[in-house]
Write a protein that binds this ligand. Structure first.
Ligand SMILES: NC(=O)c1ccc[n+]([C@@H]2O[C@H](COP(=O)([O-])OP(=O)(O)OC[C@H]3O[C@@H](n4cnc5c(N)ncnc54)[C@H](OP(=O)(O)O)[C@@H]3O)[C@@H](O)[C@H]2O)c1
Length: 330
């Protein structure tokens, strides 16, 4: 165990894209657990778009930041958290955390499943994709699905789950030609386009000339207007996230055809994954056998070294990732 603990702290509120100057790494002695708690040395961290939203006000300045992490119990003063156990907790961006049993989840033991999958396709990222398809869209076999932000963590999981759930055509949009190739070559999408190549409505029209049944939207903005146009009767637009606006404080208002929503009997519904934690075991039941058989892959961009966590976060915001962005202890 190292002698010094590091925490990442936000030092200023950004306008537009944040930079490394909005953060600092603070050193302190490794904390000592009190009775009823345990010391966790973190192994893997998740960096997420919602952190950008929290930087506008929810994160206190000059205080450790929250986030999802997996770590090993290295010293314990509670029988509920034995030393050596791997736990999930939300006291993220730090090398060490003192936690109580109520604020951690012990990971299930699924032989053959890599640890990182519990923060990607089996974690909140995969759960978001699973809820979008099964609870909000209520996807039926044979239905055509369009996913925006398709090459990211939620996007790749949505495409792969849609395929496993019997979707018809699976269409994705992403920000580079290289990621377009990844989607169709490796992630199981039937077709994909680079949303920077022209107006999204035209690109979607070419990719899905006969329309779509379900839109899973990680991006917002132009994508939503385009998808409303492409949705068939009784189509569903699932609002997952709005990353096109997180770094654009004066984003233009989103335009879509309001009459089409009525005339095609569409449903537009958003959700927060935190309201569906009770579906976690169902996700394991669904996804773990597919992971073991090789029918499902966890798409991940893994950055090595806690000291690179800020760089990994900034890289993800600009689309440098494919799949879920994770940081691994060196
Ligand atoms: N509702 C919930 O409970 C919930 C839970 C988890 C995540 N989310 C949301 O789901 C979305 C995806 O999250 P994630 O963790 O999977 O992140 P991610 O997709 O792995 O990473 C973010 C991606 O956003 C894309 N992006 C950045 N700026 C963009 C822009 N202006 N227009 C279009 N795309 C842009 C980039 O890919 P490109 O190269 O393709 O641009 C980047 O790779 C986010 O909106 C997030 O807030 C919601």
């Amino acid at each position: 165990m190292t002698e010094i603990a590091l925490t990442v702290q936000q030092t200023a509120r950004p306008t537009g894209f944040p930079t490394a100057d909005h953060f600092r790494f603070a050193e302190s002695p490794v904390p000592v657990p009190e009775s009823g708690t345990a010391l966790v040395e973190n192994l893997l961290w998740s960096v997420d778009p919602y952190h950008r939203e929290m930087m506008d006000g929810d994160f206190a300045l000059n205080a450790p930041l929250e986030g999802r992490a997996l770590g090993r119990v290295v010293a314990s003063r509670t029988p509920e958290l034995p030393e050596g156990e791997i736990v999930f907790h939300r006291r993220g961006w730090r090398t060490h955390a003192v936690v109580g049993p109520a604020e951690v989840r012990r990971l299930p033991h699924h032989p053959g499943v890599p640890l990182s999958a519990y923060l990607s396709v089996l974690g909140g990222t995969g759960l978001t994709a699973y809820i979008a398809l099964t609870r909000v869209a209520r996807l039926r076999e044979g239905e055509d699905v369009f996913v925006s932000g398709a090459a990211g963590g939620v996007g790749t999981a949505t495409g792969r789950f849609a395929r496993l759930l019997g979707a018809g055509r699976v269409i994705g949009s992403t920000g580079t030609e290289e990621k377009v190739k990844y989607l169709t070559g490796q992630a199981g999408f039937d077709t994909a386009f680079d949303y920077r190549a022209g107006p999204v409505a035209g690109l979607l029209g070419e990719a899905a000339p006969t329309g779509i049944d379900v839109f899973v939207d990680n991006v917002g903005g132009d994508h939503l207007g385009a998808a409303i146009g492409a949705l068939r009767e009784r189509g569903r637009a699932v609002r997952v996230g709005t990353i096109s606006q997180y770094n654009t404080p004066a984003a233009p208002p989103v335009l879509f055809d309001h009459a089409a929503v009525v005339e095609k009997s569409l449903r537009i519904e958003g959700f927060l994954v935190k309201h569906y934690r009770d579906v976690q075991d169902e996700l394991y039941d669904f996804a773990v056998p597919h992971l073991r058989s090789g029918a499902l892959t966890a798409d991940e961009t893994v950055v090595d070294g806690f000291e690179r966590i800020v760089a990994a976060f900034l890289m993800m915001l600009r689309g440098g990732n494919t799949g879920k962005t994770l940081v691994r202890a060196a």
